[in-house]
Design a protein around this ligand. Structure first.
Ligand code: ZN
Length: 70
């Protein structure tokens, strides 16, 4: 059963943006399953209204050793 709130991706218009927590730094964010657009903000209101980063780029900036927890 899905308990996460979902939001349609405004960037690629092809997938859902899911709430995720990134370990080990416990960064809350929103990640598109299709295009990997990532909003590193806790609030869902950031989707489409704040700048996103490609998740791979963001992960590299964190040192690369990150785990996505859905
Ligand atoms: Zn997308």
């Amino acid at each position: 059963m899905k308990t996460h709130a979902q939001h349609w991706c405004p960037e690629c218009d092809q997938g859902w943006v899911e709430r995720v927590s990134i370990a080990p730094m416990h960064q809350k964010g929103w990640l598109c399953a299709e295009c990997e657009a990532f909003w590193p903000f806790a609030s869902a209101k950031s989707i489409g209204s704040k700048p996103f980063v490609q998740f791979g780029v963001w992960a590299k900036e964190q040192g690369g050793d990150v785990v996505v927890e859905r």
